[in-house]
Structure formats: structure tokens, C-alpha cells
Design a protein around this ligand. Sequence first.
Ligand SMILES: Cc1cc2nc3c(=O)[nH]c(=O)nc-3n(C[C@H](O)[C@H](O)[C@H](O)COP(=O)(O)OP(=O)(O)OC[C@H]3O[C@@H](n4cnc5c(N)ncnc54)[C@H](O)[C@@H]3O)c2cc1C
Length: 353
Amino acid sequence: MPLAPLTTFELGGPARFFCQATTSENVGWALRWAGDQNLPVFVLGGGSNVVVGDGGFAGLVLQLVVRGTEFRSQGDHVVLEAQAGEPWDDVVAAAVARDLAGIECLSGIPGTAGATPIQNVGAYGQEVADTLRSLRVLDRRTLEARELPAADCGFAYRNSIFKREPGQAIVLSVCFALRPGARPVLAYRELANALADRARPSLSEVREAVLDLRRKKSMVYDASDPNRRSAGSFFTNPIVSADVAAAVSTQAVGERLVQAPEEVPQFPLPDGHVKLAAGWLVERAGVKRGLRMGAVGVSSRHALALVHHGGGCTADLIRLAVHVRDTVAARFGITLQPEPVFLGVAWPPLPSE
Ligand SMILES: Cc1cc2nc3c(=O)[nH]c(=O)nc-3n(C[C@H](O)[C@H](O)[C@H](O)COP(=O)(O)OP(=O)(O)OC[C@H]3O[C@@H](n4cnc5c(N)ncnc54)[C@H](O)[C@@H]3O)c2cc1C
């Protein structure tokens, strides 16, 4: 089964076996079958955060297409339960339409509801860990389903136990605790600026503003967009010590990239570390938006998005990604880490590693 059409990069070879699970029971059945054949299993959602190797995957790719969304009132909250295969943006749209606050800034993110906890999906000042209450997961070893409180998911910036320890559990459904009629979160400056003329923006206005900002950066999947074949941001924002962050600012001023250290985008974290903006590092290291390397390139609208323009292969994409990583490392001494998950191909280590 070709996997390229099932990924937003539209790259990569075939899966030896492929199965779509339309019910949770199907998931258990497929895992049992693969276990009997001694085959590795990869769980696929919408394919919007996966890099598949050109040789494909010599195991079973199990795509979760289990659908359904339910709303239940619980005290002063409404619990939204979405089955894993539900398209994420439909879930957000349904919550916003019911005036339920908590996930409105996560509008327009491609993929499925079940994948959102994997890297603790986040954007525009919100992340799923803020409102996720619990998950129903299937233990891949025992094949037993159980409820997992969000507090046990080890959420961090673009990370969770699911990403740190892949292959342990399959997310069957996710439960969010949303606040009826609550004010939207406008913690992200770009979003707050876009809504500055509204005294009290509604959740729908926030959703529209987020979609608008995302469209301008090709961060909403659009079949007519030349930047559409991507995984969104290819690199995560690096989290560094305060000393390293200060050194980057000093270097940027010394090299006249900025006039004052405050102009270097930096986000101090509660534990004393500092989050740097990967896109800023990429552009200031000299990698330009719109750069082309054959069939792949950097998005013309976002320095962090690597794009396949058609007719290329995964090796081309990885060559470009390594070029970007190494250019930033050579200029700033900071090693960018890729955000997508690699299947059937490994992310190459730095030459010094
Ligand atoms: C244009 C664009 C914009 C994007 N913007 C953002 C953004 O703003 N913020 C952000 O955080 N991400 C963003 N992404 C990345 C991506 O959309 C998210 O990570 C999304 O949650 C991936 O969902 P998916 O269903 O496509 O997962 P896939 O790509 O199919 O899988 C991703 C990982 O999750 C695992 N997985 C999937 N479903 C399950 C399941 N049910 N149980 C266990 N494991 C599972 C897979 O095995 C794999 O490891 C963007 C991507 C694109 C293409």
C-alpha cells in the first residue's frame, strides 16, 4: 500500500501491510494479527507529522479512522470526547460553535484528534495539555483498554510519554474539559494584535483570526497552495539555558542582525530555561524562505516549513533538512531538532555526534 498519498508531504515508499480501523475492536484485532505474524506496527492518523522513508515500512500500518464526538455537561465544564480518527479541526469547530472555550486557538491544525496528545499539539498560546482531562488508550502489550489521566501523560513542549516512548499505547479517544461561555485566551501577541479592535472577541472571532493568520503562513492545509506538501514546522523551537540564550543575543547584536538584544525573540520558561524561535534562527543563519533544492525547498511563507514541490523523494527532503540544521548549528551553535516522526528512515545525527 503506497503511503505517500496518506501523508501531507506526499513522500515515502509503501507499507507491506495496511489496515484501516473503523472501531476500537478493529484496533485490537489488527494488533493481535500483527503480533501473530511478528510484524512491527505503526499507527497512522492524518499523516501530517510523519516522514516516511523511500523504502517504505516492512510492517503493518494501522490507520485509525474511528469517528464520533460527544458533549457531556459536568459541573461548570462541558466534557468533549472525540474518537481518535475524528479530524481535529472539526472537533475545534464543533466546540467553538457551542461556545465552549479551551481549544479555539488550535484551529486549523491538520490531522486527527487521537494524534493531538502525541506531541502535545499547540499553537497561538494554547496546547492540548491545557484542557485535556483524560484519554482512553489501548496498551499495545496487553491489548487492554484503560483510561489515562492527562496528568500521567508527561506533557511538555511538543512532547509526551507517547512521543518519548513510542509503541507503548494507542490513543482511542480524547476527553477535553471545556468552559461554556468563557473568555478566549489571547496569550499570543500576534493573535492579540489581530483582534485588538475587538473589546471582547467571541470564540468564533478568535477561530477566524487564527485561521486567517495560519493561511497567510500556509499553515492550513489547502490543496491549491504551492506550499501545501509539508508537515507544518519541521523543527521545534530550541529550549536552552539562560546563558546560551544571552550568548545568542550578544552574537546577534555583534553581527548587527538586530540593534538591541531584546529584538531577538526569546520566551523565558518558569524553570529558568529560555525558548528560542527556530524560524528566527533559520532566517538569521541565512536560509531564505522560498529556497529550492531540486524538488524540495523552504516554504515561501514560513522559514520553518520544509516543502515537497512534487516529483521528489524523502532523501531529498532529509538532505534539505540536514542543510538547514547544520547551517543554524554552524552559525549559532544550536542544534535544531525535527518535529515530525520518522518511519522507515532515521534522522541523521550531527557529524560530531
Ligand atoms: C500545514 C501544517 C500545519 C501544522 N501546524 C501545527 C501546529 O500549529 N501545531 C502543532 O503542534 N502541529 C502542527 N502540525 C503538525 C501536525 O498537524 C500535528 O502534529 C498533528 O497532531 C498530527 O496529526 P496526524 O493525525 O496527522 O498524525 P500523524 O502524522 O499520522 O502521526 C503523528 C504521530 O502520532 C502517532 N499517532 C497518530 N495517531 C495516533 C493514535 N491514535 N494513537 C497513538 N499514536 C498516534 C503516529 O504514530 C506518529 O508518531 C502541522 C502540520 C501541517 C501539515
